[in-house]
Design a protein around this ligand. Structure first.
Ligand SMILES: *Cc1c(COP(=O)(O)O)cnc(C)c1O
Length: 406
């Protein structure tokens, strides 16, 4: 387990993804992690009580909603990859986000959330949290002056950003946002699902919590859901485990943890290839006459290229593009005619996925943006973006696939 925020050589990431966490193996121990599916474990009456309040730190195997050895190994590995004090795994990315919000905020508190982020997170923040007496402001967190202006002294407890932000890949400066949060006595949480620890380590840049939808790149194969919160503070993690796993019960299954551990083994290798393929596809799209605009942090001429180079060691494989013509008609042609790229939601798996996200629908149903904020979004996304999660197929085949429908 990590004892402090250390700063290993970045080259160690590939090794940690394979070996991080767990006890030193003894002869006859399996070389690959075992799945332990038991829901309860033999207990020592002298050392463990019955109630959640008796738990200190990562609990010994006791009851699987509290923790499980296979899930615990995943948590240790994630903590090492993100250089946190520990991690708590959840049944999905949304469970991780909801758990963090409910653990760190109470009635009367104020949350600032990126005004462009995963639709489910936007809906949770705007539609559900106010029912619990939590005030929420949506801000373009790429604009640091706007972020600072949105702070309510003494009331703002958490700033939640997503960088790159789904679906227009807008970046927020993590170190600067952390400084603004801390000056106001608030915490910063970063949804780093699209970046992965291969690109960015938000805790090292000053964030307090990192969130991953493990469903995406960390699992990488599109065959399970999962989520995690990794934090710099062990006490915050303890309360997250008690509140969210023991009392809300959104525990990750050991089988899912095992699949994600397996996926992690190739994380650094996959991210290199996702980036290389995304670059080839982005170059093709940029030169295509039907394409109005390509959005990808790795574009040399992109509007946030300097921040991208400073904050990302890998530009990931998710890109979006806007076409000149009718998006709905192209979406239909894609669903019928693409041969390699699946017309499907989600991202970060070995296979390529594309999905059309119409602007007005997203603004009305999820982001609830109006006025200038809505116009800023339209200026980038037009009437809709095609979000393409570039997979690990040969890039030439992906380009051929797109060429046939564009
Ligand atoms: C997918 C995703 C989520 C939600 O994760 P699930 O595992 O689907 O619940 C949250 N944030 C981002 C950026 C995502 O891409």
């Amino acid at each position: 387990m990590t004892d402090a925020l250390h700063d290993p050589d970045p080259a160690a990431l590939a090794t940690l993804a394979l070996h991080g966490g767990g006890a030193r193996p003894a002869p006859t121990d399996p070389v690959s992690p075992a799945i332990i599916t038991a829901s309860s474990f033999h207990a020592d009456p002298a050392s463990i009580g019955f109630s959640a309040a008796a738990l200190e730190g990562a609990p010994p195997p006791f009851y699987a909603r509290w923790g499980n050895p296979t899930v615990a190994l995943l948590e240790e590995r994630l903590a090492l990859l993100e250089q946190g004090a520990g991690a708590v795994a959840f049944a999905s990315g949304m469970a991780a986000v909801a758990a963090l919000f409910l653990a760190r905020l109470k009635a009367g508190d104020h949350l600032i959330v990126s005004n462009v982020c995963y639709a489910g997170v936007a809906e949770l923040a705007h539609d559900l949290l106010p029912r619990h007496g939590i005030a929420v402001s949506a801000v373009d967190t790429s604009d640091l002056a706007a972020l600072e202006a949105a702070i309510r002294p003494g009331q703002t407890r958490l700033i939640h950003i997503e960088t790159p932000a789904n679906p227009i890949l807008r970046l927020t400066d993590i170190a600067a946002a952390a400084a603004i949060a801390h000056a106001a006595g608030a915490e910063l949480s970063v949804d780093s699902t699209i970046a992965t620890p291969v690109a960015t380590r938000p805790l090292v840049l000053g964030a307090d919590h990192v969130i991953h939808s493990l469903t995406k790149y960390l699992c990488g194969h599109g065959d399970t859901l999962g989520g995690a919160v990794i934090s710099r503070d062990a006490a915050a993690l303890r309360s997250l485990r008690t509140d969210s796993l023991i009392h809300y019960g959104a525990t990750l299954s050991p089988f899912s943890a095992w699949l994600i551990l397996r996926g992690l083994e190739t994380l650094t290798l996959r991210m290199r290839q996702h980036e290389e393929n995304a670059r080839a596809v982005a170059d093709f799209l940029q030169s295509h006459p039907a394409v109005e605009r390509v959005l990808w942090p790795g574009l040399a001429q992109g509007p946030q290229a300097d921040l991208a180079r400073r904050q990302m060691q890998n530009f990931s494989g998710l890109l979006s593009f806007v076409i000149k013509g009718d998006g709905a008609a192209l979406a239909q042609r894609m669903a019928e005619n693409l041969r390699r790229i699946a017309y499907a939601v989600s991202l970060g798996k070995t296979k390529s996925l594309i999905f059309h996200i119409p602007t007005e629908e997203l603004l009305a149903s999820s982001f609830h943006l109006q006025g200038k904020a809505a116009q800023d979004y339209r200026d980038v996304a037009g009437r809709g973006v095609f979000r393409l999660s570039v997979g690990l197929e040969d890039a030439t085949d992906l380009i051929r696939d797109l060429e046939a429908v564009l």
